[in-house]
Design a protein around this ligand. Structure first.
Ligand code: S3P
Length: 436
């Protein structure tokens, strides 16, 4: 199956983008460890998140949907039971890595797998720090999934662990393992990554302290302390909102409003960059809900987009947004220089390669230099099929490109969009896009 996007008229309207993927995974996991029932509102019902939900159910957690909310009955810290089946996380690096952390300090064995993309993604980044704490994880050759997490109820806290990769998934895996370990784990981050795990730990009243030392982020967490259930409201995902927002910015005459978008500072690198490029983008009605800052975002057609240089330090706050930024850069005047992209090579696909390839196929100059990508704005010619390697964000980005390209753009494996944003096509077409 393919999806094709054609040159579209202006995009207009107000939309609700679905819940944040990172917070949705964490909401389910933290609710499963609480004492009592948590109500989760606005949970993202994408394949990735539903795989985390199914895994928790296999671990003995009761999760029910009533109307639009999910009710999770937590059994407390260490209250999971051995699953009698393999836990399959599908396409999700977040689901698998966070759960490897949580499961490493339980008293039973778990077998973990995922789809062909996930089975090719590096797991050493989580296994190595967890092993320092006493975890036993038997992965396939090269530290790849499938893996057997042996489970060790006697693990030790990590002292002053300096993060080797700027990854919120790794940081969260360590913190989740530490929940069932007595003593204090300290993690030091040079580059700040998304902090939803820490925010949720604070929200539940857990023993976590965050400070800054010599420009580095120091996280201290003491585990094996029970916490009570609380309700969670999941804000809308800025990484999904990025697609209609960029579409509106590059499509003549457009003006859209995306409601309730998470604007946590560790997630809004793309919006900052777009503003620097001259995009007409405004935060309205800024407020805080369940410990996270949210706003309605108005985005309008911005005819004078110009290329900018994006510092490597900003990469963690927009790591999932480079594919769609590549499309915005193709529509801007001059060069957009994106630095510090090494992590893009180990996402759901080698995204650095696929952004470059897809742009070149569409007549745009894109050059890779070390860990940087330089895109020179031009005319997207379309009339091509973009190979996505099953990567949802590559698919959505080139469909957005198709809305302004001279000829239609077709993408393969569009079913993968359901891993993060099942409503993408319907929502875009409701705004006026032509995607079929
Ligand atoms: C995520 C962290 C990021 C991001 C992913 C979600 C998370 O990955 O790319 O989509 O929820 O923690 P890394 O932590 O590996 O950079």
């Amino acid at each position: 199956m393919y999806l094709t996007a054609k040159k579209s008229k202006k995009l207009k309207g107000k939309v609700n983008v679905p819940g944040d993927k990172s917070i949705s995974h964490r909401a389910l996991i933290f609710a499963s460890q609480a004492i009592g029932e948590c109500k989760i509102s606005g949970l993202l019902e994408s394949e990735d998140v539903l795989n985390t939900k199914k895994s928790l159910q296999k671990l003995g957690i009761n999760i029910e949907k009533k109307r639009n909310d999910y009710f999770v009955s937590g059994n407390g810290i260490g209250g999971l039971s051995e699953p009698d089946d393999i836990l399959d996380f599908g396409n999700s690096g977040t689901g698998s890595r966070l759960m490897i952390g949580l499961l490493s300090s339980q008293n039973f064995k778990s077998y973990i797998t995922g789809d062909s993309s996930l089975r090719g993604r590096p797991m050493a980044r989580v296994i190595k720090p967890l092993e320092k704490m006493g975890a036993k994880v038997n992965a396939r050759q090269g530290n790849l999934l499938p893996a057997l997490v042996e489970g060790n109820g006697m693990m030790l806290p990590l002292d002053n662990y300096e993060m080797e990769v700027p990854s919120a998934q790794v940081k969260s895996a360590i913190l989740l393992a530490a929940m069932n370990i007595s003593g204090t784990t300290t993690i030091i981050e040079k580059e700040r990554t998304r902090d939803h795990t820490e925010s949720m730990m604070k929200y539940f009243g857990m023993d976590i302290k965050i400070s800054e030392k010599n420009g580095r982020n120091v996280i201290k967490f003491t585990g094996q302390k029970e916490y009570k259930a609380k309700n969670i409201i999941v804000p809308s995902d800025p990484s999904s909102a990025a697609f209609p927002i960029v579409a509106a910015i590059i499509t003549e005459g457009s003006e859209i409003l995306c409601r309730n978008i998470l604007i946590n500072p560790t997630r809004i690198g793309l919006f900052e960059t777009l503003k620097e490029m001259g995009a007409r983008l405004e935060y309205k009605n800024i407020r805080t809900e369940a410990g996270e800052k949210i706003a309605d975002i108005k985005a309008s057609y911005s005819p004078d987009l110009k290329g900018v240089k994006i510092p490597a330090e900003r990469a963690p706050s927009m790591i999932d947004e480079y594919p769609i930024l590549g499309v915005a850069a193709a529509c801007a005047k001059g060069d957009t220089v994106m630095n510090g992209l090494a992590e893009l090579r180990v996402k759901e696909s080698n995204r650095l390669e696929l952004i470059k390839k897809g742009l070149i196929q569409n007549g745009i100059k894109a050059v890779e230099k070390g860990d940087s990508l330089i895109v020179t704005g031009g005319k997207l010619k379309g009339g091509v099929t973009v190979t996505t390697h099953g990567d949802h964000r590559i698919a959505m980005s080139f469909l957005v490109a198709g809305l302004v390209a001279a000829k239609p753009i077709k993408v393969d494996e569009p079913h993968m969009i359901a891993t993060s944003f099942p409503e993408f096509k319907g929502l875009m077409n409701k705004l006026g896009a032509d995607i079929r």
